[in-house]
Design a protein around this ligand. Structure first.
Ligand code: NAD
Length: 277
């Protein structure tokens, strides 16, 4: 079994971004919008902000109250769209219930949509003409590339069908000529399907859902899940102890997909700035 070290690969990508930023006349500027004080979102936005600064980017963390109206938030986004100095806009999800995330995503200038959630960017990805690709699945592809994994002709199974992970993940694997199956909460006899997977991506949001009996020996297992357990430790959707005994490759949690998501956000922000300058 080979461990895929996301922390190390993310650091390498971060170093490459740092070098590219140094060559630009104007540093890329990312604005992260945090609405409310959801505790996980506070931590995520703080990490994104700090990592941007570490690579020499300009980062603004715009904190807005949970009570902000949808119209006021839309007007903030319109302002950010107009600001020439702002290259990337990221709205931290989830948003408070009275605000439509779809309407907000739709309002972001698609050329500043570094998360790749705007319908135009979603459409381009699914047409095979990607502009901004959602950070987590793009980061997973970087991990597969880091082990020179050739997806062509392989069976890939993605567990989860969300717009931010499962669906774009399946699309990216399809574009690499894998034969892709998406499983979800209504899938029947799921282990029969997952056991056919040469590449198994777990993004169900259920701690330790994937145990060794779900996995084909030698498979490449990518764990997207991230959960804080009652003892404070982080864990994934994959039962690492049992699955690592039969997998060919596996990503740990923490230190697998998580760091890649932030590294990819930096890459997308750099791409936005290079397109704008
Ligand atoms: P989500 O809740 O939007 O989607 C979960 C999907 O899993 C759904 O499509 C659902 O049908 C499916 N599912 C749920 N239970 C299932 C089951 N028992 N069997 C099969 N399918 C099942 O979640 P999401 O936003 O896609 O995130 C998934 C996980 O990935 C979460 O743990 C989240 O915290 C994590 N995540 C990690 C990163 C990262 O950077 N590592 C980024 C985004 C999300």
């Amino acid at each position: 079994m080979q461990l895929i070290d996301g922390k190390k690969i993310a650091q390498e990508r971060q170093d490459a971004v740092t070098k590219a930023v140094q060559k630009l006349a104007t540093p890329p500027h990312l604005v992260v919008v945090l609405v409310g004080e959801d505790s996980a979102s506070v931590v995520y936005t703080r990490n994104k902000h700090a990592t941007c600064e570490k690579v020499g980017m300009k980062s603004t963390l715009l904190k807005l109250p949970a009570t902000i109206s949808e119209d006021d938030l839309l007007s903030k986004i319109h302002d950010l769209n107009q600001e020439r100095d702002v290259h990337g806009i990221l709205i931290q999800l989830p948003l408070p219930k009275h605000i439509s995330a779809d309407r907000i995503m739709d309002a972001i200038d698609p050329h500043k949509d570094v998360d790749g959630f705007h319908p135009e960017n979603v459409g381009l990805l699914h047409l095979g003409q990607p502009r901004f690709v959602p950070c987590t699945p793009k980061g997973v592809m970087t991990l597969l590339d880091s082990i020179d994994y050739d997806c062509a002709g392989k069976n890939a199974v993605v567990i989860g069908r969300s717009n931010i992970v499962g669906k774009p993940m399946a699309e990216l694997l399809l574009q690499r000529n894998a034969t892709v199956t998406i499983c979800h909460s209504k899938t029947k006899d799921i282990t029969t399907i997952t056991r056919t997977a040469d590449i198994l991506v777990a993004a169900a949001g259920k701690p330790h859902l994937v145990t060794a009996d779900w996995v084909k020996p030698g498979a490449c297992v990518i764990d997207v899940g991230i959960h804080r357990m009652p003892d404070g430790k982080l864990t994934g959707d994959v039962d690492f102890d049992s699955v690592s005994k039969i997998a060919g490759w596996i990503t740990p949690v923490p230190g697998g997909v998580g760091p890649m998501t932030i590294a990819t956000l930096l890459e997308n922000t750099l791409q936005a700035a290079e397109g704008a300058i």
